[in-house]
Each structure stands twice: as structure tokens, then as C-alpha cells.
Design a protein around this ligand. Structure first.
Ligand SMILES: Cc1cc2nc3c(=O)[nH]c(=O)nc-3n(C[C@H](O)[C@H](O)[C@H](O)COP(=O)(O)OP(=O)(O)OC[C@H]3O[C@@H](n4cnc5c(N)ncnc54)[C@H](O)[C@@H]3O)c2cc1C
Length: 462
């Protein structure tokens, strides 16, 4: 039996970041991971592989659509799917082995196997029981499917199967117009699949700003994605080679079907806590299996903490990472803090979509007086040169104080641009603070400044 100050169960962005920070703070640390490689969902079957495929297929799109106009003539590249998969797998390997290196560097023990908590202060991995003053549950999430839809990871796939299909399907049906569905839908559309996205709500990207939803859907439609909105999927009938999705229109109850060679179920994820023994231990969870925690990520059992996708809040890698660092500080007797009001969310399609803070809909519902400053990428020189002028930046600020309340971007590098606003919001900045900051020319970031100017006396280039 080994004794540790902290044992973390799960090595995703929440778990591995927590382990590194614990070690940096001088705590004897171990991390339990049942997968063959470290890094969790994010590095193995989530953020990293999906971004590799998005990058490769975006390059293909550029070559097919924009190269000739820039005077780059010649044969368009053809797709070698096996090589693209190898590139994706190599990227995963580089990232997961990077975490292994960081564990060694920080003297963190990787306890290989599936862990459980037989009692407070103890973690069982295989036949071995280890002692820990503090235990952090960072076991992440798993795919949530719909009743009547069985995932076989061949014809009816989750995001995991969609990342590693044997071949590019001729027809792909995607159930769910959220981030994962639209990212993977974009990947296969660019590779030539006929993509139909079926969504229960009347709009894409639930929870995002309404104007963003409309613009984004229009742009994706222009790229060739088909949308069936307001449709409740009833069942998926699969054979060995294809599948049929049956749905009911929420408007008039009529039934219709979509046939596809592959169906991607992208209807969300649920906390993964199987086999941990939480019930017997007395750790409280909600009826949806979410582990309940207080403001210091403490569960209902002393010495047991939880972070990341298995607790409440957005299921995002950077939210898990921030909680991982903060809970390490708490365990080390310091102050850990996560500002849940400033967590950006990004969709890595082209154009990208990024958001932070309040939406216009939420501000209206709260009866809050606000102003919106908007600037189109059509007025941004760099975006025009780069064939990336679709979309806009919108900044929402308090009508009286000018303090920034939120920002929404559809456009090139939106996922990077949003962080200027995140920092501004962390510092309680006004839109005028961003507007008065010199921004290099020509950069996409000038569109952020122009949107901030639009909150005041008006933008220059519009
Ligand atoms: C296709 C896809 C794309 C995504 N893209 C993005 C993105 O671009 N940006 C973003 O922010 N988020 C993205 N996400 C979400 C992101 O992956 C998660 O929010 C993030 O991984 C959560 O981190 P975590 O540490 O809570 O858990 P996870 O990353 O899920 O890691 C949990 C780990 O715990 C291990 N584990 C579970 N139980 C046990 C046990 N009993 N014993 C030992 N080990 C155990 C699991 O094997 C797993 O490795 C994506 C997700 C998917 C599926």
C-alpha cells in the first residue's frame, strides 16, 4: 500500500492539470487512469482529434475554393483518408505522451487501471489499495444517446466512432446541432459527404446568442450542410450498411425519415462515475448523475472532491482545467477560484464561433439595460484578403456603466479573438477600454476593437 497526499481519479484536462498543480504545490500525488494513454476524452477522443480533422479538411477546403483565386493553380489535393487518420492519431500520440512526460517531470505516479473509492481516504486500483489524505474525482463524461437509438460505433456512431470511420460516408446524418455535431458534420461535408443535421430545437447551437445562431446556420447551409430543425428523432433502424432515422416534426406531428450510410448521435454527454462506488461511499449525486459539490469542489464526503465534466457546469476542457488548478490550491490550504461568468465557448468550424458572458436573450430576459456594438468582418482588411470576411463581432455592454457583459463572434480565429474580451471582463473593463487600446493592423483583432467602438461613438470602418 502506498500513501499519498492526493490521489486523482481520471487523467483528462481536469485530472492531469490538478495532478501537476498538486505536485507543484509540494503534495505527494498520484493519478489513476484506466485508459492506455493519459489525457482523457479531450486528448484521446475529443478536442484534439476533432481539431486535427477540422484543420486538415479546412486546408482541403482552402485548396479547392480559394487557391486558384490567389494565383495558386494546379491539381486540387485528393483525400487519402488513411493518411489523414494517421495524422490525427500521431497528433493524439504527441499530446498524450506529452502528459506522460509532464507526470514524470513533476514526479506524479500514474496508477494504471480503473479506480474505486472503497472508503474515504482509500483508493483501490486493481487489487491494490492506496491511501490518500484527499481524493479528487475527475472521471469525466460519456456519450448520452436517445431512447430508440442504439450506438454500434460502425453505422450508428458516437463522436468517438465518427473520428475513426473506416471510410468517408457518402451520406451522413447527424442527430443534434450542437458543437460536436456541427464540427464533425463540417469535417465530413468538406470531405464530400452529403450531411443532414437533425435537431430537436428550432435553431442550431442551443444556448448561444440568437443572432449568432442564425448567421452561423446560414453560413453552414452555404457550405452545403442540410438542416432539419424542430424534429424529434423517434428511432434509428440500422442494417450492416446503412441506417434510417425516423423523426416527428414538432410543428405538425408529421413523420419523415432520413437515410444515411452513417448516423452520428451528437445529443450530448453525461457524467461518467461508474464503478467508483460513490453511492456506497455516500457521495451525493443529482438524478442525472452529476456529482454535487460546494464552492470549493468538496463533495458531501469529507476529503473527497470532484471536478470537470462529472460535476455541474459546461462540459469544456478549459473549465475542467481551471477547476483542476483551483481544487489543488484548496487542498494545499490556499484559495482556489474559478470565475464561471468568464468561461469562453468555441466552435472550431470555419468560420469559428466563440462566445463569453451573457447573450442578448439572457440580458433581455433579466430586464437589464444594455447596448450592443457590432462590427462585420466585411470591414476588416485582413479578413477580406484571406477570404474570411463572413461573420461579425458583437460586444454587449451595460448601458449605464459601459462595462462589458458578453461578446459573440462568428468569424476567422474567433476562438482566439474571444480571449481579449475574456481578459477585459476579468478586469471589469468597459467597452471603451478595449476601444482605446491600440490594435495592430492588419489583424482580425481590429474587428474586436471596432465592435467596442460601436458601443460608443461608432466604428471607423463601417
Ligand atoms: C468529440 C469531442 C470534441 C470536444 N471538443 C472540445 C473542444 O474543442 N474544447 C473543449 O473545451 N472541450 C471539448 N470537448 C469536451 C472535453 O473533451 C471535455 O469537457 C473534457 O475532456 C472534460 O475533462 P475531464 O477531465 O472532466 O474528463 P475526461 O477528459 O472525460 O477524462 C476523464 C478520464 O477519467 C478516466 N476514468 C473514468 N473513470 C475512471 C476510473 N474509475 N478509474 C480510472 N480512470 C477513470 C477516463 O478513462 C478518462 O480518461 C470535446 C468532447 C468531445 C467528445
Amino acid at each position: 500500500m502506498s500513501s499519498y497526499d492526493v490521489i486523482i481519479i481520471g487523467s483528462g484536462p481536469g485530472g492531469y492539470v490538478c495532478a501537476i498543480r498538486c505536485a507543484q504545490l509540494g503534495l505527494k500525488t498520484a493519478c489513476v487512469e484506466g485508459r492506455e494513454t493519459l489525457g482523457g476524452t479531450c486528448l484521446n477522443v475529443g478536442c484534439i482529434p476533432s481539431k486535427a480533422l477540422l484543420h486538415a479538411t479546412h486546408m482541403l477546403h482552402e485548396a479547392e475554393h480559394n487557391f486558384a483565386d490567389m494565383g495558386l493553380k494546379g491539381k486540387s489535393p485528393s483525400v487519402d483518408w488513411t493518411q489523414m487518420q494517421a495524422y490525427k492519431d500521431k497528433t493524439i500520440g504527441q499530446n498524450t505522451s506529452g502528459i506522460e512526460y509532464l507526470f514524470k517531470k513533476n514526479k506524479i505516479d500514474w496508477l494504471k487501471g480503473w479506480g474505486s473509492i472503497p472508503e474515504a481516504g482509500k483508493v483501490k486500483v486493481g487489487d491494490e489499495v492506496h491511501e490518500a489524505k484527499s481524493i479528487v474525482v475527475a472521471t469525466g463524461s460519456d456519450v448520452a444517446t436517445l431512447p430508440g437509438v442504439e450506438i454500434d460505433e460502425k453505422i450508428v456512431v458516437s463522436s468517438t466512432g465518427a473520428l475513426s470511420l473506416g471510410k468517408v460516408p457518402k451520406r451522413l446524418a447527424v442527430i443534434g446541432a450542437g458543437v460536436i455535431g456541427l464540427e464533425m458534420g463540417s469535417v465530413y461535408r468538406r470531405l464530400g459527404s452529403e450531411v443532414t443535421v437533425i435537431e430537436y430545437l428550432d435553431h442550431v447551437t442551443p444556448g448561444m446568442d440568437g443572432e449568432v445562431q442564425k448567421t452561423f446556420q446560414k453560413l453552414l447551409k452555404k457550405q452545403g450542410l442540410n438542416f432539419v430543425l424542430g424534429a424529434a428523432v423517434e428511432k434509428v433502424d440500422a442494417t450492416k450498411t446503412k441506417a434510417k432515422v425516423t423523426y416527428t416534426s414538432r410543428k405538425d406531428d408529421s413523420e419523415a425519415t432520413v437515410e444515411a450510410d452513417v448516423v452520428l448521435v451528437a445529443t450530448g454527454r453525461k457524467p461518467y462515475t461508474e464503478g467508483l462506488g460513490l453511492d456506497a461511499l455516500g457521495v451525493k449525486t443529482t438524478d442525472r448523475g452529476v456529482i454535487e459539490t460546494d464552492g470549493e469542489w468538496k463533495t458531501s464526503v469529507d476529503g473527497v472532491y470532484a471536478i470537470g465534466d462529472c460535476i455541474s457546469g459546461p462540459m469544456l476542457a478549459h473549465k475542467a482545467e481551471d477547476e483542476g488548478m483551483a481544487v489543488a490550491e484548496v487542498i494545499a490550504g490556499k484559495h482556489g477560484h474559478v470565475n464561471y461568468g468568464v468561461i469562453p465557448s468555441v466552435i472550431y468550424t470555419h468560420p469559428e464561433v466563440a462566445a463569453v458572458g451573457e447573450t442578448e436573450e439572457a440580458l433581455k430576459e433579466a430586464g437589464r439595460a444594455y447596448k450592443a456594438g457590432k462590427f462585420s468582418f466585411m470591414g476588416n482588411g485582413r479578413a477580406k484578403a484571406n477570404f474570411a470576411a463572413d461573420g461579425f463581432v458583437k460586444i454587449l455592454a451595460d448601458k449605464e456603466t459601459d462595462r462589458i457583459l458578453g461578446a459573440h463572434i462568428v468569424g476567422p480565429m474567433a476562438g482566439d479573438l474571444i480571449h481579449e474580451i475574456c481578459v477585459a471582463m476579468e478586469f471589469g473593463a468597459a467597452a471603451e477600454d478595449v476601444a482605446m487600446t491600440c490594435h495592430a493592423h492588419p489583424t482580425y483583432s481590429e474587428a474586436v476593437r471596432e465592435a467596442a467602438l460601436a458601443c460608443g461613438d461608432g466604428p471607423i470602418h463601417m
